[in-house]
Design a binder for this molecule. Structure first.
Ligand SMILES: Cc1ncc(COP(=O)(O)O)c(C=O)c1O
Length: 382
């Protein structure tokens, strides 16, 4: 049986068209984009063209985009870089939503050791940030507010524009992590009110190891990586032109076909949901309407089902999914997202995230649903 991949939110396979676009930049066009000779100029042209393509996809001027090694670095850069720059102006308070990716959360918490006060804004049971709580936390010492666009575990679309307005009302900067929304729903830096916005290529059928941070003109962010003047003195290190070309190609395709892909994926998620609804104790995580169709997160409530065994059981049947837990030093910790949404620990542990993609088929959905039935049945026999 062919394995079934339903973990597209973790990463996606490289699109053939993306691969083809990158190949010449690994081979004949291998120049360093900082060199002034012809090889360098060719690389520079491709790099800047790629920057322009991606910037256009988010309605940003091309010089506002800095290439990084991926979403994690962009989140680190935004939170740490903006935090450190703002601290010089006497602002040393950071607010993040309780459901942020660890790249944001852990960076903010690390800043506590550098004298920052850090608050987490609550979310409700759908994973949506509580705007009243966010507003009550914001003050004239707030340096930065970070609220993600789409949550990677449950798919909830956050009220980013409203959160940005709260930040700006107290003179703070606003960052949003758009790793899970880009290429799926419109990401427009103006509409979202973002001063800083994180992107990653490998979630949109692009290469791993490249992402970008949008930095609105005039926003001061201290560089994370120093030692060279690349990226307008904002991120040192020789740029990977091949990866940038791949990122641009992936972004172009993802944005062009976002709506078509979403229709296909929404239909499949509906099929999966219908098939799973009969399980005893099953609950669906995330917002019932304000969510992307690509993610279906389910938990088993008060059934005694073990999350780790669920994932292993699915894997043994050839279905790749993710658990709602994070593996920290060998032990499975319940997800901070599900706990913040009010799920009990045992329920949070008994969670599966199915994430669907462009290549997912109805047959794969059928196989996954059957596999889950078998795994649950086998567990009950024990
Ligand atoms: C919301 C979110 N932010 C950041 C990241 C990290 O991105 P990268 O894998 O490119 O470092 C991920 C990846 O899972 C993510 O889902």
């Amino acid at each position: 049986m062919r394995p079934v991949y339903l973990d597209y939110s973790a990463t996606t396979p490289l699109d053939d068209r993306v691969f083809e676009a990158m190949v010449p930049y690994f081979r004949e066009n291998f120049g360093n984009a900082s060199s002034i000779h012809a090889f360098g100029r060719k690389a520079r042209a491709a790099l800047e063209e790629s920057r322009e393509t991606i910037a256009r996809c988010i309605n940003a001027p091309y010089e506002a985009l800095v290439f990084t090694s991926g979403g994690t670095e962009s989140d680190n850069y935004a939170v740490r870089g903006a935090g450190m720059a703002q601290a010089k102006k006497g602002r040393n308070h950071i607010i993040v939503s309780a459901v942020e990716h660890h790249a944001v959360l852990d960076t903010a918490l690390d800043l506590r050791t550098k004298g920052f006060e850090v608050n987490c804004a609550r979310v409700d049971e759908t994973g949506t940030v509580d705007l009243d709580h966010l507003r009550s936390l914001a003050n004239d010492r707030t340096a930065l507010i970070s609220v993600m666009h789409v949550n990677n575990e449950v798919g909830t679309i956050e009220p980013v524009r409203e959160a940005a307005d709260i930040a700006h009302a107290v003179g703070a900067l606003f960052h949003t992590d758009a790793v899970q929304s880009f290429g799926k729903i419109p990401v427009n830096v103006e509409d979202l009110g973002a001063d800083l916005l994180t992107l990653s290529a490998h979630k949109i059928y692009g290469p791993k190891g490249i992402g970008a941070l949008y930095i609105k003109k005039g926003t001061i962010v201290e560089p994370l990586v120093t030692g060279g003047g690349q990226e307008g003195n904002r991120r040192a290190g020789t740029e990977s032109v091949a990866l940038a070309v791949g990122f641009a190609q992936a972004a172009r395709i993802a944005v062009e076909f976002a709506e078509r892909d979403s229709i296909h994926i929404r239909k499949l998620r509906h099929e999966l949901r219908e098939k799973l609804a009969g399980h005893r104790g099953i609950v669906f995580n995330g917002h019932p309407e304000k969510s992307i169709p690509h993610i279906l997160s389910v938990s088993f409530d008060r059934t005694g089902i073990d999350g780790e065994a669920l994932i292993i059981g699915m894997d043994l049947r050839g279905v790749a999914v993710t658990s709602g837990s994070a593996c920290t030093s060998g032990t499975l910790e319940p997800s901070h997202v599900l706990l913040a949404m009010g799920r009990p620990e045992a329920t949070a542990r008994a969670t599966i995230r199915f994430s669907l993609g462009r290549l997912t088929t109805s047959e794969e959905i059928e196989t996954a649903a059957k596999a889950l039935e078998e795994v649950v049945r086998a567990m009950k026999k024990r």
